[in-house]
Structure formats: C-alpha cells, structure tokens
Design a protein around this ligand. Structure first.
Ligand SMILES: NC(=O)c1ccc[n+]([C@@H]2O[C@H](COP(=O)([O-])OP(=O)(O)OC[C@H]3O[C@@H](n4cnc5c(N)ncnc54)[C@H](O)[C@@H]3O)[C@@H](O)[C@H]2O)c1
Length: 223
C-alpha cells in the first residue's frame, strides 16, 4: 500500500486490530502519529510498541472518544486536519448481550468527534483539505443471500444487530455533518477482515486457536 499523508492526523482506535495494522502500513508516510484509544478489552498498546523502537514520533492518549472536552483540546493543541476514526465496539455477539456500550461508543463517540472537529474546522476557516474518515462496515446493509449481487454504495441500510444499527446511526451522523455543515467527510464500508492482532473472539482467529487447542468449532445455526 502506498500512502502519503502530510496533514496532522488523529487516529482513534489505533490500538485495535485494523487501526494498529493501518498504522503499521502507513507509519512511514505519517508525521507525528497521534493515537486516541480507550484500551478496552479489544485494544492493546503492545500492538504499537514497535513504533517506540523505530524512531517514529508517537503520542498515545488513553482516552474515551466520548470525552468531548479532551477530544476538543487534542484537536486544537495538535492542529488536527485529518481524523481517521476506527474506534468502536465491534463484536456483534457482545452487542446482542450488552448493546448500551455500542450506542455509547459508536453513536455518541462519533457524534463527539464530529462536533469537536466541526468547531475546530470552522475556527480554521473551513479548509477543504480537512477530512473526517469514518470507518464503517458492510453490515449496515444487512445480510446477503447466497446468489445476491454484492453490496454497493447505493445499497439500502438494513442493519440487523445492535452493532450494525449503531454503526448505521453513526454513518447517518457523518453524512448529515457533510450535508448540513459542509464538513469534508468520507465513509468506508469494508467487509470482514482478518489478520494479525485480531482479538480472538472473531471467527477466524477463534477457529484457528480452537483447532490448535483441539477444542470444538462453534458455528451459528446450521453453519
Ligand atoms: N474487523 C472487521 O472485520 C471490520 C469489518 C468492517 C468494519 N470494521 C470497523 O473497523 C473499525 C475497527 O475495527 P476493529 O476490528 O479493529 O475493532 P477492534 O475491536 O479490534 O478495535 C477497536 C478499538 O477501539 C478502541 N475503543 C473502543 N471503545 C472506545 C472508546 N469509547 N474510546 C476510544 N477507543 C475505544 C478499543 O480499545 C480498540 O483498540 C470499527 O469501527 C469497526 O466497526 C471492522
């Protein structure tokens, strides 16, 4: 992957699975690396420990995206021009058992970041090179049947779990901030990822670990 990011970038959720892999791929192209992460059960600053050893300027804030005072302070203090927003509660099964944290982090957290960034962007004269990149999921479009065509940007929203509903709600806020205030935003809807540093509650790492340990392989319904 070839990236060149000259602006001051704040990365939320950078200690999680995708955020830490993104930083690993992009770190040569980033100036000072600023990460805000609450280090929930899903995040670990060990995923970023290599940065300390390879001479990169790296600042880590252990903080909640819902902390509006702190978020506003960081954006102003570090003159943030780009936010890459990975931070989320991300596990569907947990959202079924305990949905409140999903509404709080995914919806209120995204709102908090948008508001803080909008105010700073206005004070700076609404520069058009600023960006709020919201990392969402294809799950906001619901499920695909075996012969259905793939989702596209025009697919209708049909979230099926508290996780995907909270992500769908955050997408709508991001879209509304672009439409209402002109804030330069982007939304991505990737499908499921797997790879290094993924918390082993997700399907592929869970299956791999269970195979290695000789444990049963859990599947939903008839699999
Ligand atoms: N993993 C996938 O397959 C997949 C697919 C599509 C979209 N996504 C999206 O990509 C993003 C990253 O996913 P992931 O798999 O890396 O998730 P993850 O659960 O591995 O990491 C999430 C990170 O966010 C942090 N976090 C959680 N709540 C926070 C809060 N209130 N304040 C600050 N930090 C907080 C956690 O500590 C963790 O480091 C999420 O927005 C997710 O919805 C993931």
């Amino acid at each position: 992957m070839s990236l060149l990011i000259k602006e001051n970038v704040l990365i939320t959720g950078g200690a999680g699975f995708i955020g830490s892999n993104f930083i690993r791929s992009a770190c040569e192209s980033l100036g000072v690396i600023l990460v805000l992460d609450a280090l929930t059960y899903a995040g670990s600053d060990a995923t970023l420990s290599y940065l300390k050893n390879n001479g990169k300027d790296f600042i880590f804030f252990k903080a909640d995206v819902c902390d509006s005072e702190l978020v506003s302070q960081l954006i102003a203090e570090y003159s943030i021009e780009v936010i890459i927003h990975f931070a989320a509660e991300s596990h569907v099964d947990r959202s079924i058992n305990s949905p409140a944290a999903f509404v709080q982090t995914n919806l209120v957290g995204t709102f908090t970041l948008l508001e803080a960034f909008r105010h700073y962007w206005i004070v700076q004269g609404k520069p058009d090179n600023y960006r709020f990149l919201h990392v969402s999921t294809d799950e906001v479009f619901g499920s695909l049947g075996p012969h259905a065509p793939p989702f596209c940007e025009k697919a209708l929203y049909a979230p099926n779990s508290p996780y995907s509903a909270s992500k769908a709600g955050s997408d709508h806020l991001v879209r509304a901030y672009c439409h209402t205030y002109g804030l330069p935003t982007l939304i991505t809807h990737c499908a499921n990822n797997y790879g290094p540093y993924q918390f082993p509650e997700k399907l592929i790492p869970l299956m791999c670990l269970n195979i290695l340990l000789g444990k049963p392989l859990p599947v939903y319904g008839d699999g």
